[in-house]
Design a protein around this ligand. Structure first.
Ligand SMILES: C[S@@+](CC[C@H](N)C(=O)[O-])C[C@H]1O[C@@H](n2cnc3c(N)ncnc32)[C@H](O)[C@@H]1O
Length: 435
């Protein structure tokens, strides 16, 4: 996922009513996770929703591309989409419209996303952009209200690109990306951010410098380098596609949007001002932290058929947690199917569970997947929410959060001040906290 820049570029909620609804729900989510309850009172504040489970490329380590995905090929129906958004849109901050499928293969993608703009959900797609798209279609996409379009382009030349993105057309992707940037300029928009996302493998790692040059020439808002995953077993590795072993020469995330939007955020938001610029947050030993999975408290995965999975990791329909939203329990929009309850209980008590969580293939995702999202949402938090969190941080956060999420560390430093009127009345613009 392309979330390295998120803490610095997430758009704040501008509608005060929606801001209240979203942050109220967010605070309940944090408390539910802190207490490791099995039945949630909150709705997800972050969701992954695949609008298609199909793709025209054959990327060798992608389950859709290599044919190992055990899901029906489908495209989400419009009625279903609108019904889902009615249930969860208002309380949601972030929507990731991609997981297994290529989102732009949904012919009405831009219209669907555009139709729920009033809910102020920051929406992100990752697309291979290797599609013949008319100028009208590209313009619609740019004007749809999306927060970010992340373009998967793993190489700075056609030769290296096509080793992983099999069936993709490098020149077409570059042409489309260039046009997105031009159209955005023409329309005078800040969002969507146009991001070039480059998966690094051994075969393309030497093109870092060329990619930085080309990104600047095209004028993308962000350039992100991300480690391309490859199977550990030699027998499953594809000819020529291996993990990169060379460190990056420059930053993993860069681009003009980063400094520009971060500066704006720091000028307007208290918590953003308290955390030094562009720092990552520390690492934790997974074995020594609280047993829980953030996916089960903050998020969920909605497939194009409407089925609900615990997270984006599970590739097989048999592992889903519910077939429809009605199976999620009595509170509309809260994810409390029998399997959700069982999985949360497994983490909290160590009980054996028959869910896929018992054999989670990505334990790091339980603790790290939401780090950047938490950071981003906290940095944009309104005063009333910062005040509540700072008064009783241990009601909302786990001890390890202050290591993983620098904004939580900042909130904890605020705690001793949180009761003082002077603190809340002071001119924050003139105030700088030491890191
Ligand atoms: C499966 S794709 C689907 C979305 C869209 N078709 C695309 O290509 O961006 C979702 C994300 O997985 C990433 N991805 C694909 N293969 C990967 C790999 N071997 N390691 C890490 N990420 C990978 C893609 O770059 C993309 O950001």
């Amino acid at each position: 996922m392309s979330d390295l820049a998120l803490p610095y570029v997430l758009a704040p909620i501008t509608d005060p009513v929606l801001e209240r609804v979203k942050y109220d729900n967010f605070l309940v989510s944090l408390r539910n996770r802190r207490e490791r309850v099995t039945l949630l009172e909150s709705k997800p504040f972050d969701l992954t929703m695949d609008l298609t489970s199909i793709c025209h490329l054959k990327c060798p380590y992608c389950s859709t591309g290599n044919g190992t995905l055990k899901r029906q090929k489908s495209i989400m129906k419009e009625d279903l989409y609108l019904d889902l958004m009615r249930r969860v849109g208002e309380s949601c901050f972030l929507m990731w419209y991609f997981s297994n499928g290529e989102p732009l293969l949904h012919k009405r993608f831009a219209e669907l996303v555009g139709s729920v703009q009033h809910q102020q959900v920051f929406s992100i797609i990752s697309t291979n952009l290797s599609l013949e798209l008319s100028d009208t279609a590209l313009r619609q996409l740019v004007a749809s209200g999306l927060g970010m379009i992340s373009v998967s382009l793993d190489g700075a030349t056609a030769e290296t690109y096509s080793l992983y993105r099999r069936g993709g057309d490098f020149d077409l992707v570059v042409r489309n990306m260039r046009r997105l940037v031009e159209l955005k300029r023409e329309l005078g928009l800040t969002y969507p951010l146009i991001e070039w996302r480059f998966l690094r493998f051994q075969h393309n790692e030497h093109e870092e410098k060329a990619a930085r040059k080309l990104a600047a020439d095209i004028g993308v808002d962000l350039l992100e380098f991300w480690p391309g995953g490859a199977p550990p077993a030699e027998s499953r590795r594809k000819e020529g596609v291996y993990r990169s072993t060379k460190p990056l020469a420059g930053p993993a995330i860069s681009g003009p949007a980063l400094a520009r939007l971060a500066a704006h955020q720091r000028a307007t938001r208290k918590l953003a001002r308290m955390v030094p610029k562009f720092i990552a947050g520390g690492e934790v030993e997974i074995e020594s932290v609280t047993r829980k999975c953030d996916w089960l408290y903050f998020s969920g995965m909605i497939h194009p058929s409407g089925r609900i999975g615990p997270c984006c990791v599970s590739n097989d329909e048999v592992d889903d947690f519910a077939e429809t939203f009605e199976q999620l329990g009595p509170v509309d929009g809260a994810f409390n199917s029998a399997k959700h309850v069982e999985a949360r209980n497994m983490f909290a008590t160590g009980a054996i569970s028959r869910t896929v969580c018992q054999k989670c293939p990505q334990p790091r995702a339980q603790h790290y997947q939401f780090r950047m999202k938490l950071r981003a949402i906290l940095r944009n938090a309104p005063d009333w929410a910062v005040r509540l969190l700072a008064k009783e941080p241990e009601t909302y956060f786990l001890p390890e959060d202050k290591i993983l999420v620098p904004e939580v560390g900042a909130l904890m430093r605020l705690e001793s001040w949180a009761h003082s009127k002077r603190f809340w009345n002071m001119d924050w613009r003139a105030w700088r906290a030491s890191p």
